[in-house]
Design a protein around this ligand. Structure first.
Ligand code: GLN
Length: 619
């Protein structure tokens, strides 16, 4: 099967403590259950009676590829019935679900693992009891012939992330004594469930049960089941997500045989046990657990292993059906551009248009997973307000998209397109997994734009509003001093005098006009082009177009606090502070006017800044 991208490198705590909390918990379980000596070794397979009942190992594999180990996690033992889910998944992928499902049921039998009873169709009840597992081995044999066992061994090795061997003594021991399984085999053959030679099929089954694993291997194999079939250590997609979901289903209903109902009621984690003493538990999207302790209870399940699973589930409240989620947390902020305009400083005419039509651009900032319930909630929240012309969904805090979420996103976007609403996405890279998932569903829709930065998205939407409502944004036009808001109210004569003091400067794209930290000796009136103001660390504070002033803080503060760079070629009047002071002495009225304009501009900026802080803190 095709390789997926390499797995995330597992993080091991280096400085917090040598004992991460989860490891401490597993160690506590080990200490608590080690004195538990109840149960007995399986001895119906004589060789299994030689196991050491003192052995006890617990391993837990996370989906980012870390493996915790406590106790005897390196002791090999035979996998026995824990091979059943993996061979079932393999059969689904190898022969197709239809073929497999046509001969093996998926109902719990309520019987012990070695029950010889078939269902009303004379098929095995499910693939987790011996009859169903032998049927699976038969199916693999029908597809792979003599290569069947090697095919199985190799596949199980990919689940474990390493090549697995066979305990020949256990194989020989079961082969010599396994008449009950032989009886099941012939019963299956007489009912047409297997068509192969029975001894050949049983050889595959007995050998697959004798595959050697450790508690660590089992944890990794379980984690692969919990991870939609991707081994978290190797990154390999071992079987399809379809096969995984069906395998976990039968593990849930039948994995623990005639204890399955009790198990799912009490522990709530899909699991499978083997008479070799292993238990594997796979909690989807969370973890894989492997334990080894050979003493078994009357159902054939490891006594200590059951206790470990019970303790883990209870302590961390892991029952898979005890879950809830609040979709209302998926929106972290919801506003229009009246409250949070872009950092582009707009000229009076643009400002006027935006002040009238600010409700036409709605911004919804999302967080967490785009799941069915979250996207549904967002679409209802959106529909609740007045209909805007543009909706920006900011996805920079979105960490995952489920398939259901992506499908619902596509359906919601389609509705918006039909209503003439333009959707804009921000905070998402086109190379990201989220983008690919969303794009898979939405690529046919024409009304979606995307910008990586939210500010750029807002700026673009503002521009559209300005165009739509009669404004123009002409970067090449040249403006006069009379159009400068900072100089509003000055007489023609005053403006002419001021102009005569200025020098017209021309800047090349990217040229630095002002450098933070330097002494401020002049102020600038942008005549044409675009400049941007940035903090020394590169964060953009504002974008200015022709008609705006910059460096005007020099009137109040002698040191430059930010950089100013030309975006494209730009021209500006530069007026030295000393000249400006001389000018205000000659025209005291004009000087007072400029200071009042400056106070107004600063007040406007403060109002916007406060609104932004409010948006962030009030969520
Ligand atoms: N090989 C064993 C058998 O068929 C497997 C049973 C088990 O692990 N529950 O009896």
């Amino acid at each position: 099967m095709k390789q997926s991208p390499p797995p995330v490198t597992a993080i091991t705590t280096a400085w917090t403590s040598s004992k991460p909390p989860l490891l401490r918990f597993l160690r506590a379980c080990y200490a608590e259950f080690l004195p538990e000596t109840g149960g007995a070794l399986a001895n119906y397979i004589p060789e299994l009676g030689k196991a050491d009942p003192a052995h006890f190992g617990i391993s837990l594999a996370t989906l980012d590829g870390h493996v915790y180990e406590v106790g005897d996690t390196k002791i090999p033992f035979t996998i026995q019935s824990m091979s059943k889910p993996f061979v079932f998944a393999l059969a689904l992928d190898t022969l197709g679900a239809e073929r497999v499902e046509s001969v093996i049921g998926v109902e719990p039998s309520g019987d012990p693992f070695n029950s010889i009873r078939l269902n009303a169709d004379n098929h095995p009840f499910n693939p987790m009891v011996n009859a169903g597992a032998i049927a699976c081995s038969g199916l693999i044999h029908s597809a792979k012939g003599d290569g069947a066992f090697e095919y199985v061994r190799h596949a199980l090795g990919r689940f474990a992330g390493r090549e697995l061997g066979v305990d020949e003594a256990v194989y020989a021991s079961e082969s010599a004594t396994g008449d009950r399984n032989r009886a099941i085999g012939y019963l299956l053959r007489t009912n047409g469930v297997i068509t192969e030679n029975v001894p050949d099929v049983l050889a595959v089954y007995f050998r697959q049960c004798a595959i050697l694993v450790t508690a660590r291997d089992i944890a990794v194999m379980a984690a692969t089941l919990a991870n939609r079939g991707i081994n978290p250590l190797t990154g390999e997609q071992v079987v399809t997500p379809y096969a995984i979901a069906r395998t976990l289903s039968v593990m849930t209903s039948s994995g623990m045989y005639d204890y399955a109902g009790e198990w799912i009621y009490r522990v709530g984690i899909p699991a499978k046990s083997g008479v070799g003493g292993g238990i594997l538990a796979a909690l989807p999207a969370r973890l894989g657990l492997g334990s080894y302790s050979p003493n078994l209870d009357k159902h054939g399940n490891s006594v200590r292993g059951i206790k470990v699973c019970e303790a883990l589930s209870a302590h961390y409240d892991l029952h898979m059906l005890n879950r809830s989620d609040d979709a209302r947390h998926s929106i972290i902020a919801d506003y229009n551009i009246g409250k949070n305009p872009s950092r582009r400083v707009r000229r009076p005419q643009e400002q006027e248009i935006l002040a009238k039509h600010f409700q036409e651009v709605r911004v919804i900032e999302l967080v967490g997973t785009l799941s069915l319930s979250n996207v549904d909630y967002v679409s209802r929240r959106l529909g609740g307000g007045r209909r805007p012309e543009f909706v920006i969904f900011d996805l920079r805090r979105v960490t995952a998209t489920t398939r259901a979420g992506a499908r619902l996103v596509a359906e919601a976007f389609k509705d918006l397109a039909e209503l003439g609403v333009t959707v804009i996405l921000s905070g998402i890279k086109q190379t990201s997994r989220e983008w690919r998932t969303i794009n898979e569903w939405t690529s046919q829709l024409g009304n979606i734009r995307d910008f990586y930065l939210l500010d750029t998205a807002i700026e673009w939407a503002e521009d559209q509003i300005v165009y739509r409502y009669g404004g123009s944004i002409d970067f090449l036009e040249t403006t006069e001093l009379s159009e400068q808001p900072l100089l509003a109210g000055l007489s023609a004569e005053e403006l002419t005098d001021l102009a005569s003091l200025g020098t017209i400067r021309t800047y090349q794209p990217n040229e630095k006009i002002i450098t933070a930290g330097e002494t401020a000796t002049s102020l600038f009136f942008l005549r044409s082009g675009v400049v941007h103001v940035t903090l020394p660390d590169g964060i953009r504070l504002a974008t200015l177009t022709a008609g705006m002033a910059f460096g005007e803080m020099a009137l109040l503060e002698p040191k430059r606090s930010a950089n100013v760079l030309a975006d494209m070629s730009a021209t500006a009047y530069e007026v030295a502070i000393a000249d400006f002071e001389r000018f205000t002495k000659q025209h005291p009225h004009a000087g007072e006017r400029v200071m009042r304009n400056l106070a107004q501009l600063l007040a406007d900026r403060l109002i916007v800044a406060n609104a932004k802080v409010d948006l962030l803190t009030s969520g």
